[in-house]
Design a protein around this ligand. Sequence first.
Ligand code: COA
Length: 221
Amino acid sequence: MNKKVLIIGGEGNGGVIASCIEDNRKKFNDIEWEVAGFINDFEIGKEINGYPVVGGTDDIDKFLKEDYFFMYAIHMIGRNVKSEEVYLKMNIPQERFAKIIHKTAFVADNAILEPGVFVMSNCYVGPATKIGMCCMMMANSIIGHNTTAGRLCHFSMGSIIGSYVEIGNVSDITMGARVLEKRKIGNYAVAGANSFITHDIPDYEIHIGNPAKFFKRVKED
Ligand SMILES: CC(C)(COP(=O)(O)OP(=O)(O)OC[C@H]1O[C@@H](n2cnc3c(N)ncnc32)[C@H](O)[C@@H]1OP(=O)(O)O)[C@@H](O)C(=O)NCCC(=O)NCCS
């Protein structure tokens, strides 16, 4: 079955999602999803990675009337509040989000992935873990068992999250960051690249280093 997906975003996260869909189709003969194009306010009428940009975020209602599904790929590290604002503005019903999982990823049987979740190659999602709406797991990211993440979180390449971790909404575990088990990562919080998170990260804070310490707050505009 070919269900058509419009990817909301650009060549970064959006391009990765498109490449995952193509890889699943070509190498693994999984033809459930097909990339129909991109939604991007700044590139309307142009192409992203060879796909047409069919409209902007104000045009969503038009596409909702047709038989498209969506993937939300806008995620600006350190501008997490803004990323969420654009998502909320579009008000896309949950059932209209796709869920894209690369065939080499391991997702435990009893893990819950909400609509819009993206899981790239060689990821691991442990048992009894729950990943919220439109979270993105980039290649080689790992989330242990009994961990929860809210909506719109981004797990960059090679990040590792232990078990029983609680992550809020719209937070980032960036490249190579590691989070010890049973820690809490707040809403709009960021674990900086290569950080080792030994203490909780409060809402809106960016922590870096090993052991990680407060660096600054995310932009709230
Ligand atoms: C933490 C972060 C958000 C800060 O970004 P920023 O505010 O633009 O910071 P800057 O790049 O201006 O760096 C400011 C200073 O902090 C240092 N720094 C930045 N990130 C750091 C990190 N993760 N660990 C240690 N030091 C860091 C810089 O070296 C610089 O030091 P200096 O002032 O002595 O030169 C960013 O560095 C980061 O970690 N981004 C994640 C990248 C990523 O994973 N992307 C995903 C790709 S898929």
